[in-house]
Structures are given as structure tokens and as C-alpha cells.
Write a protein that binds this ligand. Structure first.
Ligand SMILES: O=c1ccn([C@@H]2O[C@H](COP(=O)(O)OP(=O)(O)O[C@H]3O[C@H](CO)[C@@H](O)[C@H](O)[C@H]3O)[C@@H](O)[C@H]2O)c(=O)[nH]1
Ligand SMILES: O=P(O)(O)OC[C@H]1O[C@](O)(CO)[C@@H](O)[C@@H]1O
Length: 959
């Protein structure tokens, strides 16, 4: 049922059912106590309803009742409802308060421990840093954004870049992205980020030193969306992009590359894309490897040209970028655009939904974990404003501005950070594409002079579409342009307008809220925004004063701003919080003064442009007052218009790109550590390209034998495993990551492994819990699979949380040999071994050869001894707290890249997320895994895992 109509309909139902209403003396609820009655049911539904938006409406209806009895019943129910709402709000506030206090304590403790660790060698200067760290941001107002334009240093950088030829990968996941006629505001997914990434890709490709930019996104071949989103590749034309240096990069250009993943014929909203991220990573990896090879031939003298950075935009693409940067060992960059923790806090503050409800709608906890992973994995995080760092990123476990500065100072002085790392946060606001604005600014000035009527040029069609709504189209236009998303808070704007008589008299209101054909076909969240607005227009009888056109094209947007400016109107963005606010710089560029929320990016924008007023978005009266002030005060209006136009050049893509590239160039170069194999005569072993495509099947023995707690008929596993190619039964890694496909890779450097080249199928056997019957089961599986096909064509990989000595024990107890498997992914993905007859290949003298390239490949941010010491302290604190030995370090099983701990009492252990959180608070980056039925904890490098090891694409160029 739309809106809160259910409340009134339940009240109607109560009145219809009506038992006991005659008894005027007793309370409705007391009267019904003890036995089921429909009245009681409806009353309870009403009073436990948790939304206050229609309380006023219920009140109006109750007050209008003629019958005293009916009125009293309604009022009585309203009292219950208000009481219940207040109680729930209080309870939520209490819970929130406790949560925040707990968080504060945890962070303080974490920071204390980190500081204590590093205290021995604190230099004097550093000690000073600790006090008043935050206030050190006291840069001047302009200074805060000055990074945008202080590009002098960039000139020398540009000279250096001439020699370089960068390949940059950007990722924006959901797929509704194209270069021309972007469908902005189409739904909740198509917002500013779409425009941002396309314009960034285009601008980067024109920079000196940049050879190619790929913007990876989802390929959607579905009748739900335009065919253009199904094209595998789209070149992004640079159009009239200006480059301040007039130095176009020697570039092969910018491209949108569409990777198919997720359901084939369906658009999937961003909240539902999470389970498909690993599939995207596999597709993207193939593309990047292929492209690096092609670029290597074009500009790398035959050596692959790896991406200089993989840059994820928004949490979902950040998650993917982290995995890709881990697999390829190249730097990761991240831009949040909008952050989950902040969104969660805002929604909780509104008090309308519980944490669980918010999570169910927005999958917000998954999103927050992805953002934490971005902090773990990124070298640089790009924000649009300083507010984003100080107010939003600081809400995360993995980021603390104080610790960040401290670590940076230590690195500068060459002092140890004891395995601690923080990404570098850099404020680089987005830019504007000015080429299509400049042409109109002259017109605008003549519009202002009132010359347009004789100018002979035709009005843009969108003007007519808007003006047809107005009784008096010449009044100043208040313009809002945003996605129909509740957080944009357009309903408060309509209320502010509707309830302010002078404003209604002096101005019109134009609402551009995306495109719609049929409200019933919109997503429920978008539809509810539109419906509430339509109801408010009706309620305040705003017909003739508000325009809400159903459609507009991207090319209409400049004309919409121009129309508002021509009428001496004002742009308004009243969002509860706006991370940056592209519309504000767009409005400024068209000479339109602004009223904007004081929460988020607009504060920084306003500081630079000084072209309007900031308001509290919850304060309806303040919104109306600010709008009235700007519209009515002609001098103020003109000053704001001029200020905006004068300073808008500070938001320029070329300046953005220069700072961006300088930052990226400062990252320590990293690239895959695997050695290029000697292609020699091995190439001939692959009979045909098809033959080299191997299917990987993951028979999850851990699932079958330990988690299920019951034995499975092993032969069934074989049948599934040998099922048709389309029906591959993929398993789950211990972290729940999908394990899918070995990237066409095999191993080199060891004669034994050359045999793998002949494999047509590779089966990955994932095992976690050694049980007494496991060796025999393994043996049976291997034999059965070999019998089912020519044994030469089948290869096996063991993927396990066990260490290599445990694997050896397991094999020996089942009379299996190390040569029965082609490779072993051990210690939860932190080591790879191959069978070897030469015992010198293995540090422990066992018949395995360790992959020596793998450890340096996954080493990024590995905390080593500093991390181990913190873990040991954590172990002691758990044992102390429990008063008994709950967990202990297992030195024998620990390796250089896997710290192993034995758990004695699984039920006395804190959940794994607590340990992850603690590590992050202390800036220690690692992957914590509870494995072997919660009897062991393995702590390994942050981007290592068993699933990631399967993507390790060693010597892919041989195939
Ligand atoms: O009906 C519409 C609605 C929006 N837009 C355009 O879509 C963009 C919207 O961007 P923005 O106002 O910045 O908001 P979001 O869509 O919410 O974008 C997110 O990402 C942006 C880029 O990082 C940030 O500026 C925002 O704060 C952040 O919320 C602008 O270019 C608008 O012109 C349209 O063309 N038509
Ligand atoms: O999910 P949120 O926090 O509302 O964020 C909005 C963001 O999502 C997007 O719609 C991208 O998927 C963006 O365009 C915008 O940056």
C-alpha cells in the first residue's frame, strides 16, 4: 500500500469491526485483553507501525470526525502510536549511544596500543603531532581546495611524464554507463558517479603520459535496458575536451569495456550485485591480462604493460579493484562517491527503520565491509572534499586521521611503523566539462539583459516542457535536479515552498527528478518519492506553480540551468547529506546561485565559490527563508552569480588529472611477481586454443565431510564434478569466496609441472578439516576421476588451510604421493607448492617445491613481526579474560606469511569480525580466517586467500 495509507485503512477496519465500542468507559486495549479480536489486531498493527510521516494526516482525519465516539477511538489509537514511536526512538537512540560509546572505547584502546608499540622511537616532532592533530587541518578556506589549482608543481611533473606511457583501469560496476546521452537520474544507480567516471576517463586519456584508459563495467544485454549497454566496447570520444597544456597525450584513447557477469538477461540493481563480484573479477582479469599483453607489443617492447593503477569507484567496484590489484600486485586507488557508514548513520538518525531493516534494503553491512577492504588495499583514496575524510572516512575501523598522519611522519623519517599501514587520502574535487557551457554564457548575459525575445534563436524544447506547468512562467525559478532518492530530501523542499506564501507568490518551483514513464514501474523507493511529492503538490494546491516534467535528456540539462538563471532563479540541493554535489558546480557554471545543504561537500564547494547560502536540510523554515532571501535580494543574487562564474574554473578536469597522475606516479611501482615462462617448445603441448581452456571443478570436501556433518557418497561427488561444462558445481572457499576457474594458467620452472599443460580439466579439491576417513576418500576421488577420463587430461589442485607438513602427513596416511596433485594451495592461500622429487625445493625437506614468486606477489601490506606481536598480545588477553587457555600460538605451523593459532575452546572465542576490526583499528592489514571447524585461526596477507590463489595467473603468456 502506498505511503502510510495502511494506518488509516486499519483505523477504518477497527471502526468497521467495532466490537466493544459501545462500552465508552473502558480503554480499547484493556477491553480486548486476553482474547483474540480483530480490533485488537488492527490496533496493534497501527501502534507498532514505525513511520510518522502520516501522523498529521491521521490527526486531520480524526479531528474531522463528527461522531465523538469515532473521534475518540481514533485519537486514542493515535496516542498509542505516538507513545510507541517515541518509545522506539528512545530505544534506538539508547542503542546507538551505547554502540558509539563502545566504538569510541575500542578505537581509543586500539590507538593507545598502536602508539605504545611505536613509542620507543617517537621523535620529538612526532610527539608534538599527537596533540591537536585534527586542528592541524586549519588551512585557510581557499587553501582547502587549493590543491585543485596549485598545479605549478605539475608542470615539471608533466615534463617527466613524456617518457611514461600509463595504462589506467577504472571500474564502475553496475553497467548503466555510456559515453553519450547518459541516463542520469534514471534510477538510484544512475547518479553523479556515472558522469564522474566517464568524464574522468575521457580527461585522463588526453593527458600526456597516459596511453590508454579502460573503464570497466557490467555488460547488460537485456530488453530492460537500451541495447548500447550490451556493446562489449565503446570508445569514449574526447569531444571538445580542453587540456590546459594543449598537450594531448600520445594516447590510444579511453574505452568503456563491458564485462558480462551476473544473470545474462537482467539488469541488477547495485544492492543485488554483491554475489556476482567474483565473476566480474575473473572476467576483468582476463581483459587486463590480454590488454597488458597487447599494449606490451604496442609500446612495451614486448614486455607486458601492466596498469599503473586499478581504480574502483563506489564500494562494489572497490571490492573488485581490491581483488584485482591483489591478483596482479598493482596499486589500487579508490573513490567512494557515497559511503555506507554515513548513509547508515543518517538513516538511523531519521529513526524510521532499524539497523536490520536498513541492511535488508541496502545490503549496507556488505557495502561497509567492502569499504573497509578498500582501506586495507588502497594506496590512495581520492575524496572530493576534506569533510569526506574528517567526517565520513573516520567512521571506519580502518581509518584514523591521527594515526595516518603519525604513520606518514614516521615513513618520511624512515622510522619503523611495526607493520602498520594507512592509505593516503587525497582531496581532488571533480571537474566540469566546460566546452558546451562557454558557447552559451554569452547568450546568458544577453538573456539577462532581456534581449532574448528579439534574438531570433528558438527556445530549447525543454523550456516549453517546463513552462507549460506554470501560470506565470516569468517568475524566478527555484530549481532542484536530483535522483528520486529519499536522501535528496525533495519532499522537505516542496513542503517549504508550499507553506511559504511569499515564496509561492514570488517564484515557481521546478523539480527534475530523473525520467519516468509509469510510476508503477519504478523501483518502490523511487516511486514513493515521486508519489509523496505529487501528494504534497495536491495538498498545498501548487498547480500552476510547480513543474515536474516526466522526461529530459542529458543534453537538456544545460538548458534547464540556463532557464533557471534567465529567470533570476536559484538552484537548491537540500539533501540530508551530499558527499560532493556535482549539480552545485553545474549550477554555478551556468550562473545560477545556490542554496545547499550544510551537510557534506557543499560546505567545501561554497567555501571556494561563495555563490549562495547553506542551510540545515531538516529545517524547512530555513530552506524557505534562504530561497526567499536569494530570490528577493537582487544584489545578493547578482553577487552570488558572479562569484560562481568567476571561480568555477577551479573545478577543472585537466587540473584534477594532473594532481591525480602526480599522486599515482608517486606510488611505489608494483607488478606481477611471477616469472615469464620460457615458452620454448612447451607451446606445442597445447594442441589447440580450445584444449588450453581448462575447466576447474571445486569439489568441496570441507562442505561434504565436515560442515554437513554427514558423509556423502563419494561417487556422487564425482558425477557432479564430471557433469556437463555448463553445470560446474562450484564450491566456496573458507571465506565464502566463490572458487571458480584457474585462469588458463599452469606452472613453470619445474619439469614436473609441464605435465599440467596437457590437462584438459583441472579439479580443485578444497579441504579444510582433516578427518580419519579423509585420506581414503581423497584416494577414491582421485582414482574415480582418473578412471572417468583419460588420466593425462585431468589435473588436480589441493586448496587447503593446512600447512604443507600436514598435507604431506595426510597424503602419506592415504598412501598418496605428492605427485598425485599438480599443485597445493596451502595455509589458506598464503603459499603454493608443486610436487617435486628434489627435497631441496622445499624448506622442510618434503617432496614439494615452494613457488618462490608467490610470496613476494602477495606480500603487499604484510605486517610481519609487528603484526605477530599484536596477535600474541591479543591471544594473551583472550586467555586472561576467559581465565583459561582458549587459544595459543602454533609456532610449528606458522610460516613467514601465515601466523597460525590453535583454538582450544571455540565457544569462548570472539567472532572473527571482532579480530578483523581490532586489526584494522590498529592499522594492521591482514586476512583473518577461522578455519578447520573453528579450531584454528590463520592470519595471512590481506589480499591472499584460497580463491585469490586460484587466480594467480602464472605464465599466462605461454598459453
Ligand atoms: O534527473 C536528473 C538527475 C541528475 N542528473 C545529473 O546527475 C548528476 C547527479 O550528481 P550529484 O548531484 O553529484 O549526485 P549523486 O547522483 O548522488 O552522485 C554521487 O556521486 C557524485 C560524484 O562523486 C557526488 O557529487 C554526489 O555527492 C554523490 O551523492 C548531475 O550531473 C546531474 O546533472 C540528471 O542529469 N538528471
Ligand atoms: O547508494 P547511495 O549511497 O545512495 O549512493 C549513490 C551513488 O550510487 C550511484 O548511484 C552509483 O551506483 C552513484 O551514481 C552515486 O554515487
Amino acid at each position: 500500500m502506498a505511503g502510510n495509507d495502511w494506518i488509516n485503512s486499519y483505523l477504518e477496519a477497527i471502526l468497521d469491526v467495532g466490537p466493544g465500542l459501545e462500552d465508552k468507559r473502558s480503554s480499547l486495549l484493556l477491553r480486548e485483553r486476553g482474547r483474540f479480536s480483530p480490533t485488537r489486531y488492527f490496533v496493534e498493527e497501527v501502534i507498532t507501525g514505525f513511520d510518522e510521516t502520516d501522523l498529521h494526516r491521521s490527526w486531520v482525519k480524526a479531528a474531522a470526525m463528527r461522531s465523538t465516539q469515532e473521534r475518540n477511538t481514533r485519537l486514542e489509537n493515535m496516542c498509542w502510536r505516538i507513545w510507541n514511536l517515541a518509545r522506539k526512538k528512545k530505544q534506538l537512540e539508547g542503542e546507538e549511544y551505547q554502540r558509539l560509546a563502545k566504538r569510541r572505547l575500542e578505537r581509543e584502546r586500539g590507538r593507545r596500543e598502536a602508539t605504545a608499540d611505536m613509542s620507543e622511537d617517537l621523535s620529538e616532532g612526532e610527539k608534538g603531532d599527537v596533540l591537536g592533530e585534527i586542528s592541524q587541518h586549519g588551512e585557510s578556506n581557499r587553501g582547502r581546495m587549493s590543491r585543485v589549482v596549485s598545479v605549478d608543481a605539475m608542470e615539471s611533473w608533466a615534463a617527466q611524464q613524456k617518457e611514461k606511457k600509463f595504462y589506467i583501469v577504472l571500474i564502475s560496476l553496475h553497467g548503466l554507463i555510456r559515453g553519450e546521452n547518459m541516463e542520469l537520474g534514471r534510477d538510484s544507480d544512475t547518479g553523479g558517479q556515472v558522469k564522474y567516471v566517464v568524464e574522468l576517463a575521457r580527461a585522463l586519456a588526453t593527458m600526456p603520459g597516459v596511453y590508454r584508459v579502460d573503464l570497466l563495467t557490467r555488460q547488460i544485454s537485456s530488453s530492460d535496458v537500451d541495447w548500447s549497454y550490451g556493446e562489449p566496447t565503446e570508445m569514449l570520444h574526447s569531444g571538445g575536451l580542453e587540456n590546459h597544456n594543449q598537450e594531448l597525450g600520445e594516447s590510444s584513447g579511453a574505452y568503456i569495456i563491458r564485462i558480462p557477469f551476473g544473470p545474462k538477461d537482467k539488469y541488477v540493481a547495485k544492492e543485488l550485485l554483491w554475489p556476482h563480484v567474483p565473476e566480474f573479477v575473473d572476467g576483468a582479469l582476463s581483459h587486463i591480462i590480454q590488454m597488458s599483453k597487447v599494449l606490451g607489443e604496442q609500446i612495451g617492447g614486448g614486455e607486458p604493460v601492466w596498469p599503473v593503477a586499478i581504480h574502483g569507484h563506489y564500494a562494489d567496484a572497490g571490492d573488485s579493484a581490491a581483488l584485482l590489484s591483489g591478483v596482479l600486485n598493482v596499486p589500487m586507488v579508490f573513490t567512494g562517491h557515497s559511503l555506507g557508514r554515513d548513509k547508515l548513520e543518517q538513516l538511523l538518525k531519521q529513526g524510521r527503520s532499524t539497523r536490520e531493516e536498513i541492511n535488508a534494503t541496502y545490503k549496507i553491512m556488505r557495502r561497509i565491509e567492502a569499504e573497509e577492504l578498500c582501506l586495507d588495499a588502497s594506496e590512495i583514496i581520492i575524496t572530493s572534499t576534506r569533510q569526506e575524510i574528517e567526517e565520513q572516512w573516520r567512521l571506519y575501523d580502518g581509518f584514523d586521521p591521527v594515526l595516518e598522519r603519525k604513520l606518514r611522519a614516521r615513513i618520511k623519517r624512515g622510522v619503523s611503523c611495526y607493520g602498520r599501514f594507512m592509505p593516503r587520502m587525497v582531496v581532488i574535487p571533480p571537474g566540469m566539462e566546460f566546452h558546451h557551457i562557454v558557447a552559451h554564457n554569452g547568450d546568458m548575459d544577453s538573456d539577462m539583459e532581456g534581449n532574448d525575445e528579439n534574438s531570433g534563436t528558438q527556445d530549447p524544447p525543454i523550456w516549453g516542457e517546463i513552462m507549460r506547468f506554470f501560470s506565470n512562467p516569468h517568475k524566478p525559478m527555484i530549481l532542484a535536479l536530483a535522483r528520486a532518492d529519499p536522501k535528496k530530501n525533495i519532499t522537505t523542499l516542496v513542503k517549504a515552498f508550499g507553506e511559504c506564501r511569499p515564496l509561492r507568490e514570488i517564484a515557481n518551483l521546478t523539480l527534475i527528478l530523473g525520467n519516468r514513464d509509469d510510476i508503477d514501474e519504478m523501483s518502490s523507493t523511487n516511486a514513493s518519492v515521486i508519489l509523496s511529492i505529487l501528494k504534497l503538490i495536491d495538498k498545498y494546491d501548487l498547480y500552476g506553480q510547480v513543474a515536474y516534467p516526466k522526461h529530459h535528456k542529458q543534453s537538456d540539462v544545460p538548458d534547464i540551468y540556463r532557464l533557471a538563471a534567465k529567470t533570476k532563479g536559484v538552484f537548491i540541493n537540500p539533501a540530508f547529506i551530499e558527499p560532493f554535489g556535482l549539480t552545485l558546480i553545474e549550477a554555478a557554471a551556468y550562473g545560477l546561485p545556490i542554496v545547499a545543504t550544510k551537510n557534506g561537500g557543499p560546505v567545501d564547494i561554497h567555501r571556494v565559490l561563495d555563490n549562495g547560502l547553506l542551510v540545515d536540510p531538516h529545517d524547512q523554515q530555513a530552506i524557505a527563508d534562504a530561497l526567499l532571501k536569494l530570490v528577493a535580494d537582487k544584489q545578493l543574487w547578482a553577487r552570488c552569480r558572479q562569484n560562481g562564474l568567476k571561480n568555477i574554473h577551479l573545478f577543472s578536469w585537466p587540473a584534477h588529472c594532473k594532481t591525480y597522475l602526480a599522486r599515482i606516479a608517486s606510488c611505489k611501482p608494483r607488478h606481477p611477481q611471477w616469472q615469464k615462462a620460457d615458452t620454448g617448445d612447451e607451446g606445442s603441448e597445447s594442441d589447440s586454443p580450445d584444449e588450453s581452456l581448462r575447466d576447474i571443478q571445486d569439489i568441496s570436501l570441507n562442505l561434504k565431510f565436515s560442515l554437513d556433518g554427514e558423509k556423502t557418497d563419494v561417487s556422487t561427488v564425482f558425477e557432479n564434478a564430471l557433469d556437463s561444462e555448463e553445470n560446474v558445481p562450484y564450491g566456496k572457499s573458507e571465506q565464502g569466496n566463490d572458487v571458480k576457474r584457474w585462469s588458463k594458467g599452469t606452472f613453470d620452472g619445474n619439469a614436473k609441472l609441464h605435465a599440467m599443460r596437457r590437462r584438459k580439466y583441472i579439479f580443485v579439491i578444497a579441504l579444510d578439516c582433516p578427518q580419519s576417513d579423509l585420506p581414503n576418500a581423497l584416494k577414491t576421488i582421485l582414482q574415480a576421476l582418473k578412471n572417468a577420463s583419460a588420466s593425462e587430461s585431468i589435473g588436480f589442485i589441493m586448496s587447503t588451510s593446512l600447512g604443507i607438513s600436514e598435507v604431506h602427513e595426510l597424503l602419506t596416511s592415504g598412501s598418496l604421493s605428492s605427485a598425485d596433485f599438480d599443485a597445493y594451495i596451502c595455509n589458506s592461500g598464503s603459499e603454493i607448492y608443486y610436487p617435486s622429487v628434489n627435497s631441496e625445493d622445499c624448506p622442510s625437506g618434503l617432496p614439494f617445491a615452494v613457488d618462490l614468486d608467490y610470496n613476494p606477489h602477495i606480500e603487499y601490506r604484510w605486517g610481519g613481526e609487528g603484526l605477530r606481536k599484536t596477535l600474541v598480545r591479543w591471544v594473551s588477553s583472550i586467555n586472561e579474560k576467559n581465565g583459561e587457555m582458549t587459544i595459543s600460538e602454533d609456532e610449528a605451523l606458522s610460516t613467514s606469511h601465515c601466523f597460525a593459532f590453535q583454538i582450544k575452546k571455540a565457544d569462548a572465542m570472539p567472532p572473527v569480525k571482532e579480530l578483523r576490526k581490532m586489526m584494522r583499528i590498529q592499522a594492521l592489514r591482514c586476512n583473518v580466517i577461522y578455519c578447520q571447524n573453528a579450531t584454528r585461526v590463520n592470519v595471512i596477507p590481506v589480499l591472499a586467500s584460497r580463491a585469490q590463489a586460484l587466480r594467480y595467473p602464472k605464465d599466462v603468456f605461454c598459453l
